[in-house]
Design a protein around this ligand. Structure first.
Ligand code: LHQ
Length: 259
């Protein structure tokens, strides 16, 4: 349910239930989680690329997986969130390595919000983002109620979440919800090139940069200045900093190792 390929420091993960537009069942959740845990643990993984197989990126939860009509009494979706979606978002945000996302087609429900949880998200011009929850009586999850108002402001966040109107990739980029929209034909090449470039970079410093920017969501300026001091101290001790400065002074290309 998840295709995994590793090359040049990039772990490429492809959601692979194309008949269901890569909607999540338990098996796909567990497969994706295992891969992201590997990314956490394996120092040779220096960036992650997330995309989908076929014409969709991810249609959120597989609505046929557990039909509420067939269970006795109402289902406990809180359990599904706690067991599967929340750990996934924590893994993506907590990974101190760049996670780039190539949204190759429809991103609906949790599928959209997973794309917004990644660090750099590109989308095919034909892709659409849909807060589908409102169509079935649910609440945006996978961090959507956190990321949408932060990225868009309340007015656009509420309109998208309450109407479930599809948002095209170009508008998503213009609104700051994703990094950019690109032609369908070049999406994967462009995202892969970006992931490879990041993976060859000073990934220790990039990971600390990711952490710092995420902390800004809850820190005051004073707290953030202190965090920058601490992280710069750590980055300054890295082999990549020494290499970066040496390469600059010697007018050559740096060879970063992520340490
Ligand atoms: C699907 C799905 C799908 C199953 C397409 N499930 N089969 C958390 C906790 C617990 C429970 C509930 O949810 C959550 C979080 C959530 O993510 S809630 C939101 C769940 N997702 C949705 O409501 C989106 C449902 N899908 C759609 O609205 C459409 O499929 C979109 C707009 C994504 C794409 O539309 P089309 O391009 O017209 O494709 P399609 O609808 O024809 O879908 C193609 C096939 O994929 C089709 O199967 P079929 O056998 O008829 O070819 C769909 O049934 C299947 N599929 N999404 N979520």
């Amino acid at each position: 349910t998840v295709l995994s390929a590793f090359a040049d420091g990039v772990l490429r993960l492809t959601l692979n239930r194309p008949d269901k537009l890569n909607a999540f069942n338990e098996e796909m959740h567990l497969a994706l989680r295992a891969e992201l845990e590997r990314a956490h643990q394996d120092p040779s993984v220096r960036a992650v690329l997330l995309t989908g197989a076929g014409r969709g990126f991810c249609a959120g939860q597989d609505l046929g997986d557990r039909d509420p009509r067939q269970s006795d009494g109402p289902p406990d979706l809180g359990r599904t969130i706690e067991l599967f979606y929340n750990p996934l978002i924590r893994l993506i945000r907590g990974l101190e390595k760049p996670v780039v996302c190539a949204v190759n087609g429809a991103a609906a429900g949790a599928g959209a919000n997973i794309a917004f949880a990644c660090d750099i998200t590109l989308a095919a011009r034909s892709a659409r983002f849909i807060q589908a929850f409102a169509r079935i009586g649910l609440v945006p999850d996978s961090g959507g109620t956190w990321s949408l108002p932060r990225l868009l402001g309340e007015a656009r966040a509420k309109a998208l979440a309450l109407t479930a109107e599809p948002l095209d990739a170009e508008t998503a980029a213009n609104w700051g919800l994703i990094w950019k929209a690109v032609d369908d034909a070049v999406l994967l090449d462009e995202t892969a090139a970006l992931a490879a470039r990041l993976a060859a970079g000073p990934t220790k410093g990039l990971g600390l940069t990711k952490r710092a920017i995420q902390m800004a969501a809850t820190n005051s300026l004073e707290e953030q200045l202190e965090l920058e001091r601490d992280l710069q101290r750590e980055a300054g001790r890295s082999a990549d900093y020494a290499e970066g400065v040496a390469a600059f002074l010697e007018k050559r290309k740096p060879g970063f190792t992520g340490r």
